[in-house]
Every structure is written in C-alpha cells, then in structure tokens.
Design a protein around this ligand. Sequence first.
Ligand SMILES: Nc1ncnc2c1ncn2[C@@H]1O[C@H](COP(=O)(O)OP(=O)(O)OP(=O)(O)O)[C@@H](O)[C@H]1O
Length: 241
Amino acid sequence: MMEPVLEVKHVSASYREGKKEQQVLKDIDFTVHKNEILGLVGESGCGKTTLSKAILGFVKVQDGEIIHHTRNPQMIFQDPYSSLNPSKRVAWILEEPLRMQKIPKEERRRKVLAMAEKTGLSKEHLKRRPRELSGGQRQRVSIAVSLLQGSQFIIADEPVSALDVTIQRQIMELIIKLQEEMKFSVLFISHDLNVIYQMCDRVMVMRDGKIVEEGNVEEVFASPKADYTKELMAATLDVEV
Ligand SMILES: Nc1ncnc2c1ncn2[C@@H]1O[C@H](COP(=O)(O)OP(=O)(O)OP(=O)(O)O)[C@@H](O)[C@H]1O
C-alpha cells in the first residue's frame, strides 16, 4: 500500500478582482505518496503556483478538500532570496528552525554542520549573508532550511529555473540524492519537460487550471495520451533541435 502524504480532492479555486472572478483551479484531484517526486508541468499561467499556494493554505479553496498527512510542509521557490533573511548569516538562518524546535545550542551546531555538509555548503558559506552567495548556493540554503524543519513533504516551485544549466544540473542531483537518502516527498513544479523527466517518478500535466494527463514519467513520455501533452513535447523537441 502506498502511503499518502498529501491528498488534493476535487479542488477548485478562483481569484476575484472587483466583480470579476477568474477560476484558476478546476476540479484538481491527486495524491502525493510517501517517498516520491511527483512532477507538475504546464505553461506559464496555467495555475501551478496557485495550486501550491492552495496546498499551503495561502489561497482559499472554493470546492473540494486538501488533506495533509505530514506536519509543516515546506516550499522552495525559484528565487530563494525572498525567503531568506537578508540581514542574517547562513549559519543563523540554518539554526533558526532548530531554535524554534527548542533544540539546545550544541546540538543545533552539530545538526547545522551535518546538514551543510549534506547540501554542499562549506564552513565559509555559513559565515556569509544570502546576498554574498550565488543563486545555486542560495538554493542549497533554502533546501537545507526545509530539511532542518523536519519536513517530510516539500513543494519545489521552479527551483532550478533561474539557474544556468550547469548549476541547474547540480541542484537537481542534490535534490535527487537527498530524496533517496531521506525518503521525503516532493511536488516538483516546472514548465520544463526535460527537468521533469530527469527528476520525477510520476508527472501531472496541467492546462488552464485542469490536470489533463497523469502517469508514470516513462509512460507519459513514451506515449502521451492528451493532445496537449503531445503539443508540449513537440514544443520542447523544437527547442532542442
Ligand atoms: N493574486 C492574484 N490575483 C489575481 N489573479 C492571479 C493572482 N495570482 C495569479 N493570478 C492569475 O491566475 C492564473 C494562474 O497563475 P499562476 O501563477 O498560478 O500560474 P503558473 O502556472 O504558476 O504560472 P508561472 O509558471 O508563470 O508562474 C494566471 O492567469 C494569473 O494571472
């Protein structure tokens, strides 16, 4: 039996601007299981970020239900800069979730050093402030913060989109390595089918607020069923040629 970490049941949500209402999520229904990376792919504006905000309770669900089976799910953003305290050094930022958990100082230090090592941050990086790091290093910090929160479920919203190709590869490999070691679950959001293919076990394809296709990554890529998935794949191939 596959254990669920998150159940999204027939969820709809809208934005209202004055009298105008735009339905952005339409009957979204899926489960994230323990120890999997589930991809969510779709073009800009299809509702991916709105879905992640709804999951974390920042956007109100109109219909349906969202059930969390883990405590404190975390989110990793495209630009981690906004989520990291700019005035603090990395060591302080990494210790903060442990301080909140009332973990004593010595143990905090030990855990931070161990997590820094796991995520590829040096002692030198720990002394810096976020602005003194590269984009890839900042992304390592935000991954480390999420894991120090003890989170078993992470939403990664375009975590590698702002990085250049080499760094993108390194961060993807880091997430895969940590996931294999620590067995947490990830909802991995991207507009890039290549990234989804390399990262994910299963994939959902989203268009205009609806999931139009869902399945094992290998199967969906080998024989896409929805016309829209075929279009997305053709567009990706065009770019590659
Ligand atoms: N706060 C808001 N108020 C009103 N409309 C919004 C708001 N946020 C997003 N929208 C609209 O909702 C739709 C979905 O946006 P969303 O950001 O979820 O898409 P996305 O798939 O994450 O796109 P991207 O990949 O560009 O981030 C878009 O049409 C957008 O204009």
